[in-house]
Design a protein around this ligand. Structure first.
Ligand code: NAD
Ligand code: UDP
Length: 327
């Protein structure tokens, strides 16, 4: 049972990659955590180590439907539930739109009813295929609403609009974190994102599949850095969106070459067509996070990627291929 002063946090998407790391951090900070997840892209293995922890509970529920919790008061509601990798949201377009729209409405409603601070996991995809580089929070973006990625991008843009409306109209304490590409242990090996894709291919000796000519750029943030930024934002008084990500930018070709070098694999590179509306560049301007949160990433790419490779090596050895659950 929570003591009177113990903070209670709800984490939707708590069995996912980021939600499970966030849960660990909140527990380490002394919170009681209620994770809610329908396991559509997540996995109970990500929270298996928390079984028996009296400060942790798990509820299997789709947050696009009404959320009932008996607690009279909650302190924080972190809304992290959503398919997040391009192949997941392309295969799950309607659940993605629903969790961004209805799920955000329900979790905001929960936070309002329980007088909690609300934190939305938004995304760099709000900037679409950006015409401003690096991306600052005051850039409105270049999103194709009816393209295949629109289901994710527009759901998140709607979620941001809904969050600001609850902040302005209901005077709620809300925060919006725009998360840039993040990697680390507990990603699904087969979630299609470039980090698990290339590492999985390198470790199994199959070709690394570069989409397009590999000149598109991304900037990769290690998960512990990201979670630290999110925790600081949650504890802050700031209500406008904040970019959290690592500004170190590289082309996808350079990233492939790094994976080849670090793993020492004999895998070759294979070029495949670039997906529709794939952003050509992406790099966070983290000036706001530095100024307001005193935050910047600390884990060098070379260090984070080795930890991630070790994690995926373990998954492959155990035969955990990271297929999405069939529910
Ligand atoms: P993930 O797929 O590992 O985790 C998402 C979790 O949400 C999963 O456990 C899934 O089962 C759950 N979920 C999805 N729909 C749900 C629903 N309707 N009800 C309950 N649970 C549901 O993805 P992730 O990388 O951990 O992403 C977490 C959040 O961060 C997402 O909102 C995503 O948009 C955002 N984000 C992530 C990144 C990144 O690089 N990882 C970048 C930008 C934004
Ligand atoms: N990508 C790639 N090969 C893969 C998977 C992804 O070249 O097997 C590219 C993808 O086209 C994009 C970049 O890597 O340009 C990052 O893709 P990811 O799916 O990780 O996330 P995104 O940043 O596009 O949301």
């Amino acid at each position: 049972m929570a003591s009177n002063s113990q903070k209670i946090s709800v984490v939707t998407g708590g069995a996912g990659f980021l939600g499970s790391h966030l849960t660990d951090r909140l527990l380490a900070e002394g919170h009681r955590v209620i994770a809610i997840d329908n396991l559509i892209t997540g996995n109970l293995k990500n929270i298996g180590h928390l079984a028996g922890n009296q400060n942790f509970s798990f509820i299997k529920h789709n947050v696009s439907n009404y959320i009932f919790l008996p607690e009279e008061k909650l302190d924080y509601v972190f809304h992290f539930a959503s398919p997040a990798s391009p192949i997941d949201y392309l295969e799950l377009p309607i659940p993605t739109l629903k969790v961004g729209a209805l799920g955000t409405h329900n979790t905001l409603g929960l936070a309002k009813a329980k007088r909690a601070t609300f934190i939305l996991a938004s995304t760099s995809e709000c900037y679409g295929d950006p015409l401003v580089h690096p991306q600052k929070e005051d850039y409105w973006g270049n999103v194709n609403p009816i393209g295949p990625r629109g289901v994710y991008d527009e759901a998140k843009r709607f979620a941001e609009a809904m969050t600001m409306a609850y902040h302005r109209y209901h005077d709620m304490d809300t925060k919006i974190v725009r998360i840039f590409n993040t990697y680390g242990p507990r990603m699904r090996l087969r979630d299609g994102r470039v980090v698990p894709a290339f590492i999985g291919q390198a470790l199994s000796g199959t070709p690394l599949t570069i989409f397009g000519d590999g000149s598109q750029t991304r900037s990769f943030c290690f998960v512990s850095d990201l979670i630290d930024g999110i925790f600081r934002l949650a504890m802050s008084e700031f209500h406008e969106p904040v970019n959290i990500g690592n500004p170190r930018e590289m082309t996808i070709k350079q990233f492939a070459e790094e994976i080849l070098r670090i793993t020492g694999t004999k895998s070759k590179i294979e070029y495949k067509p670039l997906p529709i509306d794939d952003p050509k560049v992406r790099q966070p301007d983290i000036g706001r996070a530095k100024k307001i949160l005193g935050w910047e990433p600390r884990v060098p790419f070379e260090e984070g990627i080795v930890q991630t490779i070790d994690y995926f090596r373990g998954c492959l050895e155990r035969g955990e291929l990271g297929e999405r659950s069939k529910i």
